[in-house]
Design a protein around this ligand. Structure first.
Ligand code: NAD
Length: 289
């Protein structure tokens, strides 16, 4: 039997509509219009699409959005200057530095320079530390979107075996940490797999929920999935056949119980959660909780 497809696109629209209502209420009560400043260095076509989509989504939710486009040859110092200006600008509530940055830029220095209160991607060590300790200020957008997808589809997580493939700072690592916390939508038994994992299929076949964030087209095949498992595909790979995920959707959907598509799965939720964090940032900077 074919798996149920988890529709991230419709869910993201629902969440974005909720956020738009919350923004309207916040500003009606005198709050400043939440503002996200996005910084894009260079001309990576994928990054340009992401940044423009984020900009459009902000505007649709009633938020302000500023786009800073910098040339490929920008130095670390120049980018740090811009970040300092955005940190000091009281009308900017969230700062997003689109990754990847060109090679000559010291990415860690730049991300560490973002004011933790404006760090809507939750990359700053202070915000990461808070997540690890189970008292998050912001949750990183992609794992946050996956959490919402699981919660709102009433997929049980507590006590389940969850395997995350990938240990990036953006997806795999925070996802694993969030799922093991003692909190709503978590309490899972989490296994993290990566490029050095031995006999990956033997590990992934134990998973009730499998989160895949590797960046390799159609890497996860049917034989790696436990029958009835929930499969969350984070991958976005541009191939000759268009956008594909890290999961071989056609074969895996015959084994899995529920599965996210690419496109239309995790991607739209990531943007929705960025809006969530930008509103949260505006509230925090207004002195609210
Ligand atoms: P990354 O390249 O930083 O990390 C990849 C991870 O995969 C590494 O930790 C590595 O150990 C692991 N890996 C690589 N080969 C492996 C193998 N053969 N077996 C097991 N593990 C292996 O990746 P990332 O930034 O986490 O992105 C992963 C994918 O998710 C990419 O396709 C990216 O475009 C996509 N992505 C999507 C969204 C979204 O909103 N949907 C957000 C972020 C990233």
């Amino acid at each position: 039997m074919s798996a149920t497809v988890l529709d991230g696109k419709s869910l993201a629209q629902e969440i974005r509509a909720e956020i738009a209502d919350q923004v309207a209420e916040f500003t009606r009560k005198g709050g400043a219009v939440p503002c996200l400043a996005a910084v894009l260095v260079g001309e990576d076509p994928g990054s340009q699409v992401y940044v423009r989509n984020k900009e459009k989504a902000c505007k649709k939710a009633g938020m302000r959005s500023l786009l800073h486009l910098l040339p490929t040859e920008t130095t670390t110092g120049e980018l740090l200057d811009l970040v300092a200006r955005l940190n000091a600008d009281r009308s900017v509530h969230g700062i997003l530095v689109q990754l990847p940055l060109p090679r000559q830029i010291d990415e860690t220095r730049v991300l560490d320079a973002v004011d933790p209160l404006k760090d809507v991607d939750a990359f700053h060590p202070e915000n990461v530390g808070r997540i690890v300790q189970g008292r998050p200020r912001y949750l990183p957008c992609t794992p946050h979107g996956i959490r919402e997808l699981l919660l709102r589809n009433r997929i049980p997580v507590a006590g389940q075996n969850v395997t995350v493939i990938g240990r990036s700072d953006i997806v795999g690592k925070p996802m694993a940490i969030m799922l093991m916390q003692r909190s709503e939508g978590a309490n899972a038994t989490v296994t993290v797999c990566h490029s050095r994992t031995k006999d990956l299929p033997a590990v992934t076949r134990q998973a009730d929920i499998l989160v895949v964030a590797i960046g390799k087209p159609k890497f996860v095949t049917a034989g790696m999935v436990k029958p009835g498992a929930v499969v969350i595909d984070v991958g976005i790979n541009r191939t000759n056949q268009g956008l594909v995920g890290d999961v071989d959707f056609e074969s895996v959907k015959e084994v899995a119980g529920q599965i996210t598509p690419v496109p239309g799965g995790v991607g739209p939720l990531t943007i929705a959660m960025l809006l969530h964090n930008t509103l949260a940032a505006a509230r925090l900077q207004a002195g609210g909780a």
